[in-house]
Design a binder for this molecule. Sequence first.
Ligand code: GTP
Length: 210
Amino acid sequence: MNDVKLAVLGGEGTGKSALTVRFLTKRFIGEYASNFESVYSKHLYLEGKQLNLEIYDPCSQPKKAKFSLTSELHWADGFVIVYDISDRSSFAFAKALVYRIREPQTSHCKSCVLHFRAVESAVLLVGNKQDLCHVREVGWEEGQKLALDNRCQFCELSAAEQCLEVEMMFIRIIKDILTNFKLKEKRRPSGSKSMAKLINNVFGKRRKSV
Ligand SMILES: Nc1nc2c(ncn2[C@@H]2O[C@H](COP(=O)(O)OP(=O)(O)OP(=O)(O)O)[C@@H](O)[C@H]2O)c(=O)[nH]1
């Protein structure tokens, strides 16, 4: 069974818990306790595979820890970054998170394969609370541009009103993560045969040129 680890990040009150709970239970619950973090588990059958999905939904974090993200980068295979389309400051927060995830990693995070070409983490940027479009502060194009510029997927939706769209959004990021697993597998030489090939490539070439 494949383990898939997904972190749902974003500014305070953007609807991280609402989206996660909507996906897991199909229900929208108006208020959530926001002073503790949760890791939810769900078994899924997708693309012919049994998956053990874990979703990390953090509590609103203290200001100083906002952009460190070190443990999340290490833990997660992919990220859903949420902002509230009716709150510009939440978009600025989401932007900083995207930049943090996409900046080159020096430690051993999952988006970084040190020996071989890196496979970037899957990231989906979500403009939530689309039902509040009459008080919109962030344009659809702005979200789309931020996503495009940083190799992320993008969608706008409403956790409050759209059950199917929320489900499709999670399935989309999980599929991207599975694609990344396949890419990483392809790029990793496995076993002694591949190691021999690698040694031969490095030393074999040198011998020829002497
Ligand atoms: N109108 C509207 N309200 C929403 C939507 N999603 C969430 N909310 C409301 O926004 C508020 C915050 O939602 P949460 O899911 O607790 O947000 P959160 O990001 O988990 O919050 P923190 O953990 O405190 O950072 C709640 O009052 C929700 O009912 C939505 O799609 N539309």
